[in-house]
Design a binder for this molecule. Structure first.
Ligand code: TRP
Ligand code: ZN
Length: 883
């Protein structure tokens, strides 16, 4: 942890490096008390460099043991330190620097750099962790060929891995051994990785389209060997998919994956040696839910796709993070949609954007997908950079069409292969390869905030003209008051009585018949579109497929929404209409309750739900998504756009609507529950996942509306042959069951699964989410349970993270105890693991959204601000949210 207040880094200050490192040789001597790292850097002064510019190497928490230049040892005075930077002056244009440092991985709890996790040595270097291993030009535009030797005790550490292809292995005296790894592809230091441990491995192969035979290894602890099959199949599928979809082939002889228990994020794309959080790679039906299977598939693919979008073409500087992350999230999204249901995938993406990313974009840390400044780069691995970044790439795809997009991506990969590129380079390649002008589109890269798109319409019966008027604006965000208009692809259709109408757009030339689906390219503050030959006022189907990351406003009536929900030609639009109906129903229930009336659910909503449930021809996955009431945090986010969110009223209103629907459709829910039972053995395939999803949605409506149905949940818990059904039953009982039943089942679950850490995390999470009034005490008790560990990010997220984000009524208790719990935990984590501390803090930063709680939330932030030693990570989030 650095002391003092950290400085701000600006994109406009970017300068190329004065030195390049053409070759990097590393020797790791691993011992239990310490690790000695010897490096040999082949340095070359850059053409752009001043003749006398000194070499400035990054280092953090390192003990310098030795430093030599071209074979001659350097002494104090030949070099010095400026803060963490090691400065060496008067270097020749080409030279070799030898450096030896000593580090203590066993004391590294930040999980950045080289650290130990359950007896395993492993690294995490992105973004700036490599400087915690040795002195280096730790910036992504310095790309070097690495040769790495790892030496360790051969009994305790039989497996020694690094990037690239394996070289020579040697037995040494004293029970030690060493392995050499060569990575022929120049790479920045953030892609370096090393692993040493007692691991077993599942092996398979892949032959690339070009005929290269690749060995695929997944390295895990022995007890986890039975949890690798799905990740392996996902990897093979991803490798094939990237060849077909992007023409990208793998480029080494081996591809290694390692599973690690203590990990700050999901996984890391180190060249040829991906390192995964166990939660994102290990799975089998016994311990993993359907969602878990899908997550593993998506993350394995994501990290693999980075081999091209990230590794072969990397980022010039960290302001360009979305260049690799936005594009790669877009790519893994395309892959997931090809593997499963594209509408269900789109619904999940839109939900994540609307609940979490919109909130981030409206909060104190709001930033464009290409930020202009930061204090701590780790705070910018955000939903904005990742998810909104992917939406921006998706809009380019929409504007260009699949074929021209591919021409653009081909040009991008070919032109920048082996280089460190910028977002501007990407857009340029898309313009050139795709033959399009993206000048105004670039505003998506430079402007923060979620655009508001307001649509109004007019119908002229005489002329048969239907006019849509579209207005856009964007709220002010920190440092950006005025915004220029965006280019917004607005996918739409018009719904008439007999289905979707042909869209005869005035001014458009259609080659064939008028299509029923169009993408309007909105690029002005206000513009109108006239559709001709319309007989009756239609219902507009707008922002189909969530074609742009915007808030859309159109004044729909309940009848409009019911019509869209039942009959629109676009699956996403049908879901979106169902959501809007639910939101409307919940908001009205909330208003009724606040006014002292009893809340009701309109017949047309109940009828719509019944229609969904009773038709077995509909896709159960979509029906489940449509009947899933919007989450409380989304309702709060929407309310905060208006008068401010009242979490208690939102919670009660949502519960009441769920209960009333459950009561009124009791028979339909029960019939569907029985009809959807699966008799075959478990498979995580789209059709089974869909059935389980709807069946468990039915279960939750049934138990929330009638306690008699609790026995269905108890029975399901007992007979479940997979974790999806078991956990769904547990959740139903935990949320709606009597205390005795709930405690018995939770105890039983723990006794059965205490050896499976990932399952125990689920158990922690369910308990963190129970919305009763003993929740806070429960979470506090669990924080001292044997199953909890503050040093393990998965446990922190499962318990504290779930409590603060998924249990709003308790996090926002009026006695402020929820806020105190979070602030206390952040303070403790601030020294243990600053990255996790800063992430955990996010819910407190949304204080402006909560009417009646603002002062309470603020004062916890002020308490944090007053703490003596804040990590740069926490400091940045705290100060920016108090500004
Ligand atoms: N690049 C990783 C990804 O695939 C993100 C990541 C993993 C990361 N570990 C990290 C980022 C630690 C910062 C710090 O998205
Ligand atoms: Zn990534």
């Amino acid at each position: 942890m650095r002391d003092g207040s950290p400085g701000t880094v600006y994109l406009k200050d970017y300068r190329p490096s004065d030195f390049m490192i053409t070759r990097t040789e590393l020797y790791f001597d691993l011992h239990d008390e310490s690790v000695v790292v010897s490096s040999r850097l082949h340095l070359q002064r850059s053409h752009s460099s001043q003749r006398d510019a000194p070499l400035r190497l990054h280092g953090e928490e390192l003990e310098l043991v030795n430093l030599a230049l071209d074979g001659t040892q350097l002494h104090e005075g030949d070099y010095w330190f400026e803060g963490d930077v090691l400065v060496v002056e008067r270097l020749p244009d080409e030279c070799v620097l030898d450096c030896t440092t000593q580090i203590k991985p066993q004391e590294n709890t930040s999980l950045s750099g080289l650290y130990r996790s359950r007896g395993l040595y492993c690294t995490q270097c992105e973004a700036e962790g490599f400087r915690r291993i040795t002195y280096y030009l730790d910036r992504p535009d310095v790309m070097s060929v690495f040769c790495v030797t790892v030496e360790a005790d051969s009994d305790s550490y039989p497996v020694l891995l690094s990037n690239g292809n394996p070289g020579e292995t040697e037995m040494l005296d004293g029970g030690r051994h060493r392995v050499v790894w060569n990575d022929p592809h120049p790479k920045p230091s953030y892609l370096f990785a090393l692993v040493a441990g007692d691991l077993r491995c599942v092996q398979d192969t892949f032959t690339t389209a070009g005929g290269r035979a690749v060995i695929l290894n997944i390295h895990v602890e022995e007890k986890d060997l039975d949890k690798c099959e799905h990740a392996m199949r996902s990897l093979q599928e991803a490798m094939r998919w990237d060849e077909v979809a992007y023409g990208c082939e793998y480029d080494l002889d081996v591809f290694n994956i390692v599973a690690v228990d203590d990990f700050n994020m999901g996984a890391m794309e180190n060249k040829g040696l991906n390192i995964f959080n166990t939660a994102c790679v290990l799975c089998n039906p016994e311990i993993t839910t359907d969602l878990g299977f899908q997550r593993v598939e998506a993350i394995v693919a994501h990290e693999y796709f980075h081999n091209w979008s990230g590794n072969r073409v990397t980022c010039r500087d960290w302001f360009q993070l979305s260049l690799k992350e936005g594009f790669t999230v877009f790519r893994d999204g395309q892959f997931s949609s090809d593997m499963g249901s594209s509408t269900v995938k789109r619904v999940a993406d839109a939900n994540l954007m609307r609940t979490a990313q919109f909130a981030e974009d409206a909060g104190p840390m709001s930033h464009p997908i290409r930020p202009e400044s930061f204090m701590e780069i780790n705070n910018f691995y955000t939903l904005t950079v990742y998810e909104k970044g992917a939406e921006v790439v998706r809009m380019i795809h929409t504007l260009l069409g699949a074929e021209r997009f591919r021409a653009g991506s081909d040009l991008y990969f070919q032109r920048y292969d082996g280089q460190a590129a910028t977002c501007e380079n990407f857009i340029g390649a898309m313009e050139e390869g795709g033959g399009i002008d993206l000048a105004q589109f670039r505003n998506w890269y430079s402007q923060a905030g979620t655009p508001e798109v307001t649509v109004s319409d007019a119908f002229d019966e005489q002329t048969g003209c239907y006019t849509l008027t579209v207005e856009q604006s964007c709220p002010a965000t920190p440092g950006q008051r005025e915004k220029a208009p965006f280019v917004i692809p607005l996918a739409m259709g018009l719904l008439g009585e007999q289905g979707n109408l042909p869209l005869r757009l005035q001014g458009a030339v259609d080659e064939n018949d008028a299509p029923c689906h169009r993408v309007l390219v909105v690029d002005q503050p206000k513009q109108s579109y006239v559709f001709e030959g319309i007989k009756r006022r239609p219902v507009p189907s707008l922002l189909r497929g969530f074609s742009a990351p915007v808030r859309l406003h159109y004044n729909y009536s309940q009848d409009d929404l019911c019509a869209l929900m039942r009959r629109d030609g676009d699956g996403f639009a049908r879901w979106d209409a169902a959501q809007a109906l639910s939101i409307d129903t919940i908001v009205r229930a909330e208003q009724a309750m606040l006014a002292g009336h009893s809340p009701t659910v309109d017949d047309c909503v109940a009828d719509a739900w019944r229609y969904l449930l009773d038709d077995p021809a509909l896709d159960p996955a979509m029906v489940a998504e449509m009947m899933h009431l919007p989450a409380e945090d989304y309702l709060a986010e929407l309310a905060s756009q208006a008068a401010g969110a009242n979490v208690d009223a939102i919670h009660q209103a949502r519960e009441v609507v769920q209960k009333v629907l459950g009561e009124r459709l009791q028979t339909s829910f029960r019939l569907a529950y029985d009809r959807l039972e699966i008799k075959q053995s478990y498979a995580p395939d789209a059709s089974q996942i869909a059935r389980r999803s709807l069946r468990n949605t039915c279960l939750s409506y049934l138990v929330s509306s009638d306690r008699k149905n609790m026995q269905l949940a108890t029975l399901q818990y007992q007979v479940a042959g997979n974790m999806t059904d078991r956990l769904a039953a547990l959740k139903s009982v935990a949320f709606y069951g009597e205390d005795g039943l709930r405690d018995t089942m939770l105890d039983d679950f723990y006794e059965n699964w205490r050896e499976e850490s990932l399952v125990v995390n689920q158990w922690l999470q369910v308990q963190a989410m129970i919305p009763d009034d003993r929740a806070l005490a429960r979470v506090q008790r669990l924080m001292s349970h044997e199953a909890f560990d503050l040093r393990n990010p998965n446990k922190v997220r499962a318990l504290v993270g779930a409590f603060t984000t998924l249990n709003p009524v308790n996090f926002h208790r009026v006695d402020a105890s929820g806020y105190r719990l979070l602030a206390d935990t952040v303070l403790e984590l601030n020294t243990v693991n600053p990255q996790i501390a800063a992430r955990l803090l996010a819910p407190l930063t949304r204080w402006r959204n909560y009417a009646g709680r603002q002062d309470l939330m603020r004062s916890e932030l002020e308490r944090l601000a007053a703490a003596k030693t804040l990590s740069p990570d926490v400091y940045e989030v705290v100060t920016k949210s108090l500004e």
